[in-house]
Design a protein. Structure first.
Length: 343
């Protein structure tokens, strides 16, 4: 992915040898960096890791931000700048989607935005930036956004052609991953909206149930975070909680089995399917449909059972009374801590 600088020939002038050595472009381990990117599979995390790697390639004191095109250009990740920038809609010197070194620093960025946005940029400390490097994030003619890297005020230095090439190669390498994540996040948003809409349509047939799935999902997410679940696990738990009563479309009896069948053939929600099937199992083995007991009951199903009981009764004491009987006592304790923090 990155080429090491070639040694200068013996008769090369000293100044040319210094340029060829390119000390500000350190060697990097692309496999390690890629592993770090894939370990944090969301758009903001990947962009911020990409900014950090690009800053390392430039060397010296560097700050930066990443913009993604979502109709308008929006800041999605930052490096060295305050997080208040994330979510801001900006216009800027990346609009032409070509690599650029801006010796005027942030002057074009300020000129392209309103007074209100300029105040935000001032608060972030951008006015005195001496030099900026703009690197587009493009794939097969599709312009996803750009990385903007700023030399810190007083940090000195410029951007050499070798450094610009290294950062451009890095941006080219990570852009396909960004495209996948952008599509995945769009799919996630659409899937969540669709799931919530379908469940609300089912719940509206029985007025007392309206909002039940949303409440169970909220409590389940709190319990999941308390247990240290990853974002990917929390995402699947959300679908399990939101869809746990969907089988009631065909009546109350056996609705857990019916609901689980709706997710048949959806491999990335396999654990959610198990949770829906088993959310009426009991810790003491007297539940249904399979009379599983204790930790043989899938974790997500045990979480749903506690959240479901709390939402239905609205009474923590009644839930506590089921600890070690119908419900996992460890999860009941976690619920008590969650509710105590919420007060």
């Amino acid at each position: 992915m990155f080429r090491r600088p070639r040694p200068a020939a013996p008769n090369t002038p000293p100044e040319a040898q210094a340029a060829a050595a390119s000390p500000a472009v350190p060697e990097t381990d692309p496999a390690r960096v890629l592993g770090e990117l894939l370990a944090r599979p969301n758009l903001t995390a990947v962009l911020e890791q990409s900014l950090a790697q690009a800053a390392a390639l430039l060397g010296g004191e560097v700050r930066g931000f990443a913009v993604i095109r979502r109709g308008q250009d929006q800041v999605v990740g930052v490096l060295g700048y305050p997080r208040s920038l994330v979510g801001q809609t900006l216009s800027g010197p990346w609009s032409a989607m070509r690599p650029r070194i801006l010796t005027g620093g942030s002057s074009e960025l300020y000129a392209a935005n309103s007074e209100e946005i300029r105040t935000v940029l001032d608060n972030a400390g951008m006015r005195e930036v001496p030099v900026s490097l703009v690197v587009p994030l493009s794939e097969r003619g599709r312009h996803l956004g750009a990385l903007v890297l700023d030399r810190a005020p007083g940090g000195g230095g410029t951007v050499t052609p070798q450094q610009q090439e290294a950062v451009a190669r890095w941006a080219q390498a990570v852009t396909p991953l960004l495209g996948l994540l952008e599509s995945r996040e769009e799919w996630q948003r659409t899937a969540r909206q669709l799931a919530a809409s379908v469940v609300e349509a089912v719940e509206s047939q029985e007025f007392e149930s309206l909002g039940h799935a949303r409440a169970v999902a909220e409590i389940s997410q709190e319990l999941g975070r308390a247990l240290g679940l990853t974002e990917r696990e929390l995402e699947e738990l959300w679908f399990a909680a939101t869809l746990h009563d969907l089988g009631k479309l065909h009546g109350e009896e056996g609705h857990a089995l019916v609901g689980a069948n709706f997710l048949h053939g959806v491999p990335h929600l396999a654990e959610a399917q198990k949770a829906i099937r088993h959310h009426h199992e009991r810790w003491d083995g007297q539940g249904e449909p399979d009379k599983l007991a204790g930790e043989d009951i899938p974790l997500y199903a045990r979480i749903l059972a506690v959240a479901n009981a709390y939402v239905r009764t609205g009474d923590l004491e009644r839930v506590r009374a089921q600890a070690g009987k119908g419900l996992d006592a460890r999860l009941v304790t976690a619920l008590e801590k969650v509710e105590k923090r919420a007060r």
